[in-house]
Design a protein around this ligand. Structure first.
Ligand SMILES: [Zn+2]
Length: 99
């Protein structure tokens, strides 16, 4: 059982849906729960590949376990980006003055 046994589209969709649901990055544990046939080391290896291919943002060493799908990957998948980048959000404002 190896990373390439997990299809790009399947895992990207899982990450996307979890990011949309949480409005926050997806966690390795939740991604793995959605792929119960695969051990966590295989899921993590797949995530590392996706990070290298710039489809997913996160650290593949497993230190924090947070992963988010990149906008370009959402476009390739044919889904909406899970959040607008802050620099494109006209309502984005910092809270309070700098001291
Ligand atoms: Zn790390």
């Amino acid at each position: 059982m190896k990373a390439s046994d997990i299809s790009d589209k399947l895992i990207l969709r899982i990450i996307h849906d979890q990011c949309v649901q949480r409005q926050l990055w997806a966690h390795l544990r939740d991604i793995q729960n959605a792929l119960p046939k695969f051990p966590v080391r295989v899921v993590l290896a797949k995530l590392r590949q996706l990070v290298r291919r710039r489809l997913v943002n996160g650290c593949g060493c497993g230190c924090r376990g947070d992963f988010e799908i990149e906008s370009a990957a959402c476009a390739a998948l044919g889904v909406q980006p899970w959040r607008e980048p802050w620099w494109k959000n006209p309502n984005y404002e910092i809270k309070g003055p700098l001291t």
